[in-house]
Design a protein around this ligand. Structure first.
Ligand code: SF4
Ligand code: SF4
Length: 392
């Protein structure tokens, strides 16, 4: 296993971090739950084969992921690894759930529950989960960061961090605001100029923040290259799997501390560990020809999008709350990668937030504003049929 410095926090972690958001599941009818026996086996295998970083969150797997991780690591392994988990601002501000009376009391109660579930007295990293640009002002004024500082002073957490999905414009003010111990962003060979972009990696590195990368395989999709992409890989003299190319792309950045992979089977885990244990799985592993191949792969993927949505958001707000660009993003991923399974899982979060295409009442407001002249109403219907129905 390759190990990397964790920013200015003064320790090293495995370059591979095990994500606990796609653990093996048992699905019966409309009920799904983690297959604990299999998940424990995988987590213990990882901890026994050099993986020292585990990532989970309050909400993963219907709030059971932390518990499964805690059960697996109990009895000697926990002390050998770093655990990162996250609390979303929306959960701190949900005052209807009982127990807490204020945002900060909620935050503390949630942390206490998390520690119990993880069967540990402390967290190595505690993140504000998925900071949204629209919530940033409210987060700052809520006192949540100061409350996290109290947790740290009490020894309940070792470092304060955040995770972010969104564009660079929203990312930069969050990064600059505070002396974060770590930042976690989405990057992969498709998203170089999307999401927080490569610039976010550079900025976090300059600041000395540990940098954790999520979605290096874009929800697992990059593991299954469609025929036109596979043809590019096959024509290249160096033979590597789509998974390995995707990991190597992220491993190439010296600023990156660990790369999360949300493995669902022991076989995937073993394959990932093997890739991250290669002697040349290090920063700067890609030469100019490799980078050209990856750029060509990106172009090929993007040429396979179906709805020509640019994500400009001119169609928003929709009076019914439909997040049109996100729906099309997930639909396009399904078309591009030749499978809708990973997109269906994340679409579930839009459904829960009532931002899915099923809420569209065909008022037509959005179509008048779209510079790409997309038949949004019809495309939303198509997308919804493909994306709905995930059970978790
Ligand atoms: S047509 Fe549908 S998606 Fe578009 S604005 Fe109206 S309700 Fe929203
Ligand atoms: S206005 Fe059109 S191109 Fe822009 S996000 Fe909406 S659907 Fe996509």
């Amino acid at each position: 296993m390759q190990y990397r410095q964790f920013g200015k926090l003064g320790f090293q972690v495995s370059a591979f971090g095990m994500g606990c958001m796609r653990l093996p599941r048992i699905v019966t009818g409309d009920h799904g739950e983690v297959d604990r026996e299999k998940a424990w086996e995988m987590i213990r295998y990882a901890a026994d084969h050099g993986v020292t970083y585990f990532d989970t969150a309050y909400g993963y797997h219907n709030r059971t992921s932390e518990e499964v991780l805690g059960e697996a690591l109990e009895g000697g392994r926990r002390e050998k690894v770093k655990i990162a988990t996250k609390q979303p601002f929306g959960v701190m501000t949900d005052l209807s759930s009982g127990g807490g009376k204020t945002v900060l009391e909620n935050a503390r109660r949630n942390l206490e529950n998390t520690l119990k579930k993880l069967r540990t007295g402390y967290l190595d990293l505690y993140l504000i989960h998925n900071i949204q640009a629209r919530d940033w002002e409210a987060i700052k004024s809520s006192g949540a960061i100061e409350e996290y500082e109290k947790f740290r002073a009490e020894g309940l957490i070792k470092a304060i961090a955040f995770s972010y999905h969104g564009d660079y414009a929203g990312f930069k003010p969050v990064l600059d605001y505070y002396d974060w111990g770590m930042v976690q962003i989405q990057q992969n060979l498709i998203d170089v100029d999307r999401e927080a972009t490569e610039q976010a990696i550079v900025d976090a590195g300059k600041k000395g923040c540990a940098l954790v990368i999520m979605e290096p395989l874009r929800g697992g999709n990059l593991a299954f290259p469609p025929a036109p992409v596979q043809a590019l890989y096959d024509a290249y003299p160096v033979k590597r799997s789509g998974v390995e190319w995707a990991f190597r792309h992220v491993l190439n950045y010296p600023e990156v501390s660990t790369i999360l992979s949300g493995v669902s089977t022991l076989e995937q885990l073993k394959d990932n560990i093997e890739i991250f244990s290669k002697p040349d799985a290090v920063p700067g592993n890609l030469n100019d020809e490799d980078k050209k191949l990856i750029a060509g792969v990106r172009e090929k993927y993007l040429s396979m999008k179906s709805v020509p949505c640019t994500g400009c958001e001119y169609c928003l707000p929709c009076p019914q709350g439909v997040n049109i660009p996100q729906v099309f993003g997930k639909y396009n991923d399904g078309v591009m990668f030749g499978t809708f399974e990973p997109s269906r899982r994340t679409y579930m979060f839009l459904v829960r937030a009532k931002q899915d295409a099923g809420s569209c009442v065909a008022c037509g407001l959005c179509e008048k504003k779209c510079p790409q002249h997309i038949g949004i109403i019809q495309e939303l219907k198509t997308a919804h049929e493909k994306l709905k129905g995930w059970v978790e």
